[in-house]
Design a protein around this ligand. Structure first.
Ligand code: NAD
Length: 497
């Protein structure tokens, strides 16, 4: 069985812990690989490599950094298909979706290619006699990234390209469930000319994560994953004096007003709820039908849901692949059963699905629940699977109150033809990313991504300008080239005149 390694000092490093995690092909249910789980000493070796590399990388010229990033972008472009295949083999999502993930990750590499413009400082001349003030931003040092299973290439790329473009060095701890894509990303970065030690990968579990959070040489931590772990990461990172951004889970609501184009809304609800088998932090998991459109909208969504083609991600005919593990598949299925017991109407039940030739794969059909009580587990929890809940609201006011009562605030969307209602929604809704007739409003690379409430712990969102602010620290330099008239003793606080 293939064993996946760490990546330290620009090369693969075998693990020594004797502890491994299984890596499955979710479409067959077979364990095809295992991944080494790092020891504390292996994490320390990766941090030491990054620390040593920072000595020169932190002071490297912008021209050097961007030349490597441009080359890296070319290599990623040339290897899109191969990276997407690695994602499909371990995550299960269909190839076209995996290609989309690679493309969205590359947007951040493209942003990083333009880092010279982003890192231009500010200069005020003659703030006082012969005094100039410059604001500059400098790298932090070694930063760590801890990433989830659902975007094994894109989420690491939300972090390290920008961090290294800013002059930091990086230690990534990818998800242990699908680690191959990030290893390939690191190999290509080395091929692009990234010096050894600038980007390291440690594989593993809580042992590796905890060591990164405690390590005195790690300056900052970017985390993306579930809410309970995000909270833990923030508290522990702060306890150890680190800057932290920890993005958590979600329960994204799509509000449909009575004037919306219901055909379009039904199409988008399907795409956003069941794409990637619902394993997206920006998936729509609740549709809020306002007024009297509920029955018609549910009918249109159900009609489409029943036609979805579910199968292995490497079959071009498949529109939706399997879930990440058997346990997760079974947990997601249990929400359909509990929803029925707790008062929801199961309009489409996908829990009985088997895929011919792939009977042991982690497949689950799509489910549609209507009139889901707000007290049902299927409404209260993040399910992270192909289960869409519909709730009914009489008015816009009732609908927005419901959305704003959610403990999460990642993404949300409104479907309407009424510009005034859309504007009101974007001003009133408590969520970090809002779509107007756009169901999955993931910001482009040059804006920032982040949620509110239990969807993000920390102050700054990820990538875009917030990402650059996160991976740099400000410094203000006040300069005077003195004139003889500037001499003399004055113990007063310096004032400008
Ligand atoms: P997860 O929280 O289980 O794991 C994320 C990372 O944390 C992994 O690298 C994992 O190894 C590590 N980890 C897990 N348990 C840990 C522990 N006890 N101590 C220390 N580290 C631990 O998340 P997941 O299941 O891989 O990913 C799915 C979750 O991520 C969903 O909740 C989803 O909404 C969320 N997510 C959020 C965003 C966002 O941008 N807000 C994006 C993608 C995924």
């Amino acid at each position: 069985m293939k064993t996946l390694t760490h990546w330290i000092d620009g090369k693969p490093v075998e693990g020594t812990s004797g502890r491994f995690g299984p890596v499955y092909n979710p479409a067959t249910g077979d364990q095809e690989k295992q991944v080494a789980f790092a020891t504390v000493e292996e994490v320390d070796a990766a941090v030491a490599s990054a620390r040593a590399a920072f000595a020169s990388w932190g002071g490297s010229s912008l021209a050097t950094r961007t030349a490597i990033l441009f080359k890296y972008r070319e290599l990623l472009d040339a290897h899109r298909d191969e990276i997407a295949e690695l994602i499909t083999a371990e995550h299960g999502k269909v190839h076209s979706d995996a290609l989309g993930e690679v493309a969205r990750g590359m947007e951040i590499v493209e942003l990083a290619c333009g880092i010279s413009v982003q890192l231009k400082g500010e200069l005020s001349t003659q703030v006082s006699n012969r005094v100039d003030v410059a604001s500059i931003r400098q790298p932090l040092g070694v930063v760590a990234g801890i990433t989830p299973f659902n975007f094994p290439a894109m989420v690491p790329m939300w972090m390290f390209p920008l961090a290294i473009a800013c002059g930091n060095t990086f230690v990534l701890k990818p998800s242990e469930k699908d680690p191959s894509a990030s290893l390939r990303l690191a190999e290509l970065a080395t091929e692009a000319g990234l010096p050894e030690g600038v980007l390291n990968i440690v594989q593993g579990d809580k042992t590796a994560v905890d060591r990164l959070l405690e390590h005195p040489d790690i300056e900052a931590v970017s985390f993306v994953g579930s809410t309970p772990i995000a909270k833990y990461i923030q508290l522990k990172a702060v306890e150890h004096g680190k800057r932290v951004q920890a993005l958590g889970g979600a329960k994204n609501h799509m509000l449909v007003l009575p004037d919306a184009d219901l055909e379009l809304a039904a199409d988008q609800a399907i795409n956003a709820a069941y794409g990637s088998a619902g394993e997206r932090c920006m998936a729509v998991s609740v549709v809020v039908a306002v007024g009297d459109i509920g029955d018609e909208l549910v009918g249109k969504i159900a009609e489409r849901a029943k036609k979805l083609r579910i199968g292995p991600g490497d079959d071009p005919a498949s529109e939706m692949g399997p879930l990440i593990t058997r346990e997760h598949r079974d947990k997601v299925a249990s929400y359909v059963a509990s929803a029925a017991e707790q008062g929801a109407e199961v309009v489409v039940d996908g829990t009985g699905l088997t895929v011919e030739g792939h009977e042991n794969g982690f497949f689950l059909g799509v489910s549609l629940l209507d009139r889901v009580p707000l007290t049902a587990d299927a409404y209260r929890d993040e399910i992270f699977g192909p289960v869409l809940a519909v709730v009914r609201a009489q008015t816009y006011e009732e609908a927005i109150q419901l959305i704003n009562s959610s403990r999460w605030g990642n993404g949300t969307a409104i479907f309407t033809r009424d510009g005034g209602a859309a504007r009101r929604f974007q001003m009133e809704v408590k969520a970090g990313m809002v779509g107007v007739n756009v169901p999955i409003p993931v910001p482009v690379g040059y804006h920032s991504f982040g949620g509110w409430k239990d969807s993000l712990f920390g102050d700054l969102h990820i990538y875009g300008n917030d990402g650059i602010a996160f991976y740099t620290q400000g410094k203000v330099v006040t300069t005077r080239w003195p004139d003889p008239s500037d001499g003399g003793i004055n113990l007063g606080f310096p004032s400008n005149s």
